[in-house]
Structures are given as structure tokens and as C-alpha cells.
Write a protein that binds this ligand. Sequence first.
Ligand code: DGJ
Length: 722
Amino acid sequence: MIEFISKNNAFLLQGETFSYAMMVGKSGFLQHVYFGKKIDEQDLDYLTKQASILSPNEDNINMDTVFGYMPSEYGLFARGDYREPAVIAEREDGCVASRLRYVGYKICKGTPKLEGLPHVRHAEQTLSITLKDDFSSLQVVLNYTVCGNVLARNAELYNAGKGVIQLKRALSFGFELPNDNYNVLRLSGMQLQERMPVTAPLANGITKLQSICGVSSHFMNPFMGILRGECGEDYGECYGVQLCYSGNFLISAENLSNRLPIRVQGGIADMGFSWQLTGGESFVTPQAYLTYSSQGLGEMSRSFASFIRDYIVAPAWVNTPRPVVVNSWETCYFDFDDKKLCALIGEAAKLGVDTFVLDDGWFGKRDDDTSGLGDWFVNENKLQGGLKKLIDCCKRHGLKFGLWFEPEMINEDSDLYRAHPDWAVHIPNVSGVRSRNQLVLDFTRKEIVDAVYDMVADVLNNNDIAYVKWDMNRYLTENFTLSLPAERQGEFMHRYMLGVYNLAERLLAAFPNVFFEGCASGGGRFDAGMMYYFPQIWASDDTDGFERCKIHWGTSICYPLSVISAHVSECPNHHTGRFTPYETRGAIATLGAMGYELDLGKLTEQNKADTIKQVAHYRSIERLILEGDVYRISSPFRSNIFAVMVVNKDKSEGYFVAERIQSFPGDYDRFMRVAGLDPEKRYLLQETGVIATGKALMGAGLLIPKGGDYSSWVWHFKQVKD
Ligand code: DGJ
């Protein structure tokens, strides 16, 4: 619920678990007042009175009393507030100072439709507050939409004058927290080790998480957790912020001085960014999502996961059972022909797999990664009979067919490049940086996005394709486009992202029955922005039965399990060289959209039988993975056991997965408490026939018996109806 409380000149936004308040201060500045545990309207009397002590008083323009202490909703620049601003708008004379003052507000039904950008799909109400700059013709509209436990925010910057405004920074949101002891949680990493949680104290200065790679990146996920004092999985207070954006981003928390509040803000990274607004033009920032938990990180994660499912992922797919695929990549890389693939399809059908995904290597002249990208037509030398033969083979075996594309890329050794060398992102007369031997197509240019659309659509129109894996295997360099004048080159990175979103939007609209999976060298673009288009994303190329525990742990901090693609691959693992039991690889892969990525024909008879059981088991717990709440129980970063529990919303079913990392006598036969069940309900443990109350199971736990290195357990609890 959103209200304007006129006696306090304040706005009160009520989420399910949080309240958020701001007010119009003495001289018309929009001040942040409160974000945290639920409060009532009457609390505003006290809160706004306190906040007005920090309101700048323009009758007495003195730096110590003007803006320096004001907790801002959208930070100003060069007016005595020495924390970083939310916006830097340069006038034609070069002046960058801003003084944004409140003009008015409106509360509308629904949610803003951000043209060309992913956004929350529905909501009851949106509050829009308009601010106007005293020094330039800039107007800012701050949008606030309450979505359950999450507050969605963004800003629209409008040039109401005739002159040109150059935006040098245009963030999506800001808020401030009382100064205190906080820790910052981030999901950092690298390719093959995405979203590793790292927590460090919020020291004085700026803690800035960002990507300037052109994608949200493997290095840093567009998420920040701000943990107050002691905060664990099921206790303590924390704030979570994530961006619905897949390109360059920043999220910062600034502790300039212990006397000042902590400023938290984020949006598109300002490094190299600028955006020209001529008179009458607007710039719309991506959405940011804020949540607060008084019951630890677990609750924050569950709020974000429910939010992503309920408001971001396409409703047509969100709860739809996922295909169980076998993917050709780690199965045979580039080394395949139609016969080999038909044999794989035949094996897959026998083992319960329902979709075959043909990964990289099917098109153009693509026998390795030096050529072919951009030529989205089948290589008939390799695949005699074309895609049709494979699709027919799938149909004969009752499987669906999926196909890999990397639409944003081009190899110099391709027909597309030979025809349009200028379509690759480049700086004239500068030798470009290749990564994986490839260049990036200039998606800021409509004609290029149109051409790629036509090529991909042609393949999808002419073949019965149920599933598309959209990959993206390099970061951006030479950030320059031939399509923009000098003063607009700073727009390149964001325009590139708009091109990507545009292509996704159009393909999804044209092929509503095709299931799209996202990917970027594993999980290099794993964010809410991508989830708006792709209900599922390949989380990492690391499918090692132990490393994946860490990836599931970190990813579940911010995202639902239903968006994580997770495959069983072969051992020794191609990236780590590790052996883990087949059973364990299967168990861990059930914590996401499960699939296979290995030569099923080469499995032992035992493992083939195991595969049939794994798929059947996965189908029996799939609703929990799609819709359930995650309780992280034992961290693979801090203990010898990884354990996670998933519980459905009415708490009638629970699913527990654990892995013992190393086997040693001191760790045998230990009890592990489960979590998230209803204490009063009685549950039957399917695997053992044990019946116990939630209270007993959560209080005393269950025995994790002896097992070798990387041994695993899965337990499925079902409520016993009396
Ligand atoms: C990177 C992806 O993460 C892999 O799954 C695979 O699709 C390769 N690209 C293909 O080039």
C-alpha cells in the first residue's frame, strides 16, 4: 500500500515485511526517512520530526547545515553533500551542480511499462514523485512500486527545456541507512566459479560493486546485501538490492563519515557512460529491487526468489515443468555428425530425457571456435539431412529439439563478416581485441539487430524447435559505434543492451511456444533482466558435483532455483578433473532445472539405470524446485557438509539435499537439522518410512550416515494427513 500523509508531508509505502518512508523537507527536498521493519502511520510523527533536524534550511546557506547531512532519496551534486550523487547532469555551459526540488506526486494503478527494458509485469499501484532541478531544465520522476516483499524503483530523467543536457550519471535509486556496523555481501567470482558469496565490513569510504564488461558479468552479480551487525541465515537484519539490468552496472554503499547515514544507490555504471538529452527527451533507467529482512539472509533470499517468480519470469513458463535435456556441448563439443547425434538421441530417449539440445557447432563453417559465428544456417557437410533429419530423429524417439545460438557475435571467418565487416564493434583503424576468436556485433544499430532477427527467425520458422539456448561468450571492448556522433559515444554500452533486449523481446513475441534459455560463458549474465526473457539460465560451465554446491548456494541468495540450469556431466570433470559419484552429480543437479551433458551411450549399465531413476525422482520433486522456498542449512564454504532444504508454500512437502565433501571419522553419523517445515505437521520421509513432526525433524535432525568423499543424500518429506 502507498499513501501520502499530508500532515507529515510524507510518503509511506507498506510492503508485506517492510515499511519505507520519505518526506518533503523544509526547503522542498525529498528526504529519505525510513526503510526497515514495519511501522505505522502514527510513527511518522516521530520519524519526520527527527528527519527535519537534518533538513537543509536555505535561509541560512551554510555548508555545515545545508545538504551534507540530509539523507537523500536521489543524491544531489556540488551543493555541500560530499557523498556520491545519483545524477550528474551537465548543462550546455558545463555546470554540473544540481538541486532537485519536489514538485508533486501521483499514485497510479499498475506498474510503469519501461519501454525496451525488462520490468515488473504487474502490481497494484505505483507512486511517481516529480523533482525539478533549480539549475537546469532537468526533471526527475522517481517511481516506486510495491511488489510483495520487494520495492521496485527506477528514475526517469526528462529535459523540460530547449538546451542540451548531458547526463554523466543517471542511477536508478538511492536510499540511506542510519550509520551502524554493516557488512556488505556480494556474489563475486569468475567464469566457472560464478556467484561466490563474500562478506566484508562496510568500512569508511565507498564499497562499490560494478561491472564495466558490457554484461552483468561473472566477476560481480548485480546484487548487494547489507547486513546489520550479526546476521545469519535465520537471524538478524539485512537489506538486499538487485538490479534488473544485464549490462554495465554499479551498486554502491557509501560511509563517508560516522556522523552521516550510509548512502546506498545503484543503476547503470557511470564509467564511460553519458547520455545526451535534447529538449523534450527522456532517459529511463533500469529498475532496481530492494528488500528488507528482519529474519536473516534466508528470508531475504526467499523474498527475492518469490518476487522473481511472481513478477519477473514470464507467467507462461514460470511454473511449467522444465525440459530434461541432454546437451551436446560437453558430450561431444564440435566433434559430431548426424549419425553420432542420432545415436545420442536414441540413448536419451531410453533413459527418460525429453529434449535434445544441439549446442555450438551446427552452423556455418564451425568446426572449432575460430569461425562461423554469424552464419546461422546449417552446416550440411557435418549434418547431412540438415536439422530436419535430427528433428525427425527426435520425433521418432519422442524427444523435443533444442538449438544453440550466439546471436550477438561474429567471427571474422564468416560469410556475414565478409559481407559486412563494419557490423562488428570496432574503432576505425584500431585492431580489435578478440576473445575466443570472436568479435561482437554492433547491437546499437537497428539494421544489425534486424538482420540477426531475420536469420534466427528463419531457422525457427522452418524447423520444429522447442528450445533455444542463447549464448554470449565474450565481454565488450572497443566501445564505439559508427552509428552515433562523437557527443553520443557514451551511450554505446546502454544502447547495446537495449539492442539485446529488443532482439529477445521480438523473438519471444514471434515464437511464444519456444522455451528460451539464457547463457553467457556459463553464468556471465545471470540477472533479473535476463530472467524477464529467459525463464532459465545456464548457471555455470562448472558442473563438477562439488563445485556446483557452491554455485547453488551463492545463486540461491538472490535467485529462485527454478531459473538455474543444472546438468550432470562426466568424470573426471572437464574443468576440475575431479571424480564425484554419479548419484551425487544427479542429486545436486536436482537443485535446478535438471539435465545431462555427457555421452549417455557410454554410461555403464548401472549408471543408465541410475539415470532413469534420477529423471523420475526429479519429476517427483520438480514442483518444489519450481515453486518452493529455499532454506540454506549448511554452507559448503564453511563446513564439510553442503545442505539445502526446499519447502513448498503450504509446508506439506519438503526436499532436502546434502553432500559430504570429505569423508573422515569425526564427521560420520552426524545429525543434521532440517528447516522450513511446519513444526506441528507430521511428515513421512519417503526414503526411509520414518514419520515425525516438523518440530522433531527441525529440532533433532536426521542422521547423515557414513559415506565416502562427495557422498550425497536426498530426502523427500510429505505431510501425513491425520
Ligand atoms: C559457453 C556455454 O557456457 C557452454 O555451455 C557452451 O554452450 C559453449 N559456450 C559453446 O560454445
